[in-house]
Design a protein around this ligand. Structure first.
Ligand code: HEM
Length: 446
């Protein structure tokens, strides 16, 4: 991948490309474009990469919450009370290069990793303007230890969850999710943790480069207008009329407050991992040519929300009429009967069937991507147990609806026709206290 000339493209497009590229080249490019310099196409390590970043506040590890997934209090909300997830995201999947089943090696590696993570918290304020991150551990990671995870943790190996998919499974040991509104903060943190740079934002970061072997790097972004700016990839027509206000390639906003689980709801309440959460990552590819060329706005609203939303004009152009509530709670309970009457059933309407006592059970922190120069979505969710995710996914798939209702297994069944599951992975995101190389029995190991 090469960077565009910053003189030829808008700044937002250039920094998005720099995040996708990553490394010291991406970081130098981001810093360069901020200072009005060139595209940074020199691949040597930038000696200035650890310097203070303009406008990015440093942080204090003592003020960071106990739960790694406690981001919401540090994120802004819009005028309707919807939490605004950071704009730029990087997912790093890594294997361990050291034998952490050996207690001495584990202790040494743990100390270094703990120091590095704490250094990042010193280097960046725990916020969208600084850096938010989680460190999650896969079932493959825990397999190396004697003993199994406690019953309070539901962390199965990932599996295919619908008859429509044939995904590959992520089996990297660790998933690090880094997020920030400032691409240069994101890249500086990433380089300090995984690259050759030993400081970020003017703060030294312990060197953990020997601990990890890279498995994969994925990137994405979530902000109004960005999908429209990035229509020049496969999977979406170049002239798709994606509204300026839409943060998703499908032309809508998501993550309305009333459709999101609280951080408390997704937290494991009991047992040695109290304060943890589970994380699921689906790598979704989207094929949106027919979505934009053959469906009209009314049909898109019907398939994304519900036919009632389309008939009553509940959504507006991209969701601006919904305020904080996707307004799916008052739809008829019987989705099968509804589908029979309407011939179409909406995505949000189906997924909301898995709410518990009216409350959502997933906290979605998903974001669009153009990884591989193709539209997609990194569907990252937090929930108390992976079983909760499976339940919502089954409701969203709606195989029970596709029957004699006129709704097919894919066609007219929400957005299934446009979304393809390429990979799945499950992780445990321990509380901050145990975020560094935990064993299945973290108390016994201290
Ligand atoms: C390309 C993929 C996807 C897109 C573009 C998408 C988009 C949306 C949108 C626009 C909404 C309504 C606004 C909101 O309240 O957030 C929504 C709701 C929702 N989606 Fe998706 N979604 C996608 C995939 C999935 C998947 C794979 C799941 C499965 C687990 C899922 C689960 C949900 C849930 C649980 C809700 C909220 C329902 C409620 O209000 O209780 N979505 N999605």
């Amino acid at each position: 991948m090469t960077l565009p000339d910053p003189a030829d493209v808008p700044r937002r497009e250039f920094v998005k490309a720099a995040v996708a590229l990553g490394g010291t080249v991406g970081l130098s490019a981001c810093l360069g474009v901020n200072e009005g310099e060139g595209s940074g196409d020199d691949d040597s390590v930038d000696p200035t990469a650890g310097d203070d970043l303009d406008g990015v506040p440093t942080g204090d590890p003592d003020s960071v919450p106990d739960r790694q997934h406690a981001w919401n209090d540090s994120l802004p909300t819009d005028e309707d009370g919807n939490v605004k997830t950071p704009v730029h995201h990087v997912l790093r999947l890594v294997d361990l290069a050291v034998d952490v089943a050996d207690p001495a090696a584990r202790e040494e590696a743990r100390e270094t990793l703990s120091a590095a993570l704490s250094d990042l918290e010193s280097a960046f304020e725990w916020s969208n303007g600084g850096l938010l991150f989680t460190v999650g551990y896969s079932p493959a990671y825990f397999e190396r230890f004697d003993g199994s995870l406690p019953d309070s943790v539901d962390l199965p190996e990932p599996t295919a969850l619908t008859s429509l998919e044939d995904p590959a499974f992520d089996d990297a040991d660790i998933l690090v999710h880094l997020a920030s509104d400032f691409p240069e903060a994101l890249l500086a943190a990433e380089e300090a943790l995984f690259g050759e740079v030993d400081a970020a934002n003017g703060v030294g970061v312990a060197d953990v480069s020997d601990l990890f072997e890279e498995v994969d790097r994925r990137t994405g972004f979530l902000d109004a207008g960005l999908p429209r700016e990035h229509r020049d990839v496969e999977g979406v027509p170049e002239d798709a009329p994606i509204p300026e206000g839409a943060p998703l390639f499908m032309g809508f906003a998501n993550g309305f407050a009333e459709s999101q689980a609280t951080e408390d709801r997704v937290t494991i309440a009991e047992g040695p991992f109290a304060g943890a959460t589970t994380q699921h990552l689906s790598t979704l590819q989207t094929q949106l040519n027919a979505w934009w060329d053959q469906e009209n706005h009314h049909q898109r609203v019907a398939k994304m929300f519900s036919p009632t939303h389309a008939a009553e004009d509940r959504v507006g152009e991209w969701g601006e009429e919904l305020a904080a509530d996707p307004a799916v709670a008052d739809l008829p309970d019987d989705a099968v009967e509804y589908a029979r009457d309407e011939g179409v059933v909406g995505h949000a309407q189906k997924a909301a069937r898995a709410r518990e006592d009216g409350d959502p059970i997933l906290l979605r922190r998903d974001f669009p991507t153009t990884d591989g120069d193709h539209t997609g979505l990194h569907f990252l969710t937090l929930q108390e147990s992976i079983a909760d995710f499976v339940r919502v996914r089954e409701a969203m798939t709606g195989e029970d609806i596709a029957d004699d209702t006129g709704v097919g297994t894919r066609v007219n069944n929400g957005i299934l026709q446009y979304v393809f599951v390429r990979r799945r992975g499950n992780y445990l995101v321990p509380p901050r206290e145990y975020r560094s190389l935990p064993t299945p029995d973290p108390n016994a190991d201290r």
